[in-house]
Every structure is written in C-alpha cells, then in structure tokens.
Design a protein. Structure first.
Ligand code: DGP
Length: 112
C-alpha cells in the first residue's frame, strides 16, 4: 500500500471529488487554495517529480497538459497559470507529480 497521498486520492483510498477522471489522470481541488480557482492535475502513475519522468512517460506528460486545458475550459477559465514545483527548494511539498492550475486573481511575474 502506498503512503503517497496523491496515490491514495487517485486510487480512491482517500475520498475526493474529481473534476476530471480518466484511466491515467485525475484532477481535483487543492486542499489549501491560493487563488479562487486552484486545481491539481495528477497522473495515477507515481512519478515523484517532473525531473523523474522518463522517455516512457512522454505520452503521459502530453496527456497531463491536455487535461490541464480540459479542466480549465470546463471551469470557464481563460487566463490561468500552470505550475509544477520540482523539489523542496522550489516549493514542492507532495512528492507525486502534479500541475497546479491557478486562476481568479492577478498573477505576478516573476513568481515568488
Ligand atoms: P506542492 O507544494 O507544489 O507539492 O503542492 C501540493 C499541493 O497539494 C498543495 O497546494 C496542497 C495540496 N494538498 C496536499 N494534500 C492534499 C490533500 O490531501 N488533498 C488535496 N485536495 N490537496 C492536497
């Protein structure tokens, strides 16, 4: 049994309301939203971070970005930010690859 919270959510072991669900990818609301809309797009496959993806994951990485576009469209978002934090120093707190989809407030650049 995996100790990874996103594996548990993707596997249904921890109940969560998905805004998107398919064989490879799930999306759900972030527990600690930093903007009015804050979704997480997560592969069911456990990949700790984008730097750990391999050639074998090429199609899945493309799929994840298409799901980002799908959930954004479904939520009626036109302007949004897509972020993945890679490593603790970059702000990663959950070691399972995920894309944040953030929207509904002014975004600054460069990000903090
Ligand atoms: P990061 O810090 O980039 O690894 O982002 C992890 C995000 O995951 C953070 O914004 C909070 C969110 N999160 C952590 N645990 C849970 C959980 O159990 N449920 C949900 N929905 N989100 C979670």
């Amino acid at each position: 049994m995996s100790a990874c919270i996103f594996c548990k959510i993707a596997g249904g072991e921890v109940a969560s309301q998905f805004v998107h669900e398919d064989e490879e990818v799930v999306a759900f609301k972030d527990l600690n939203p930093i903007a009015p809309t804050h979704l997480l797009v997560v592969p069911r496959k456990h990949i700790a971070r984008v730097a750990d993806a391999t050639q074998e994951d090429e199609r899945l990485l493309g799929r994840l970005q298409l799901v980002v576009a799908e959930v954004a469209k479904k939520a009626g978002l036109t302007d949004f930010r897509v972020v993945t934090n890679n490593g603790k120093g970059a702000g990663q707190s959950v070691d399972h690859l995920h894309y944040h989809v953030i929207s509904g407030r002014r975004m600054n650049w460069p990000p903090g």
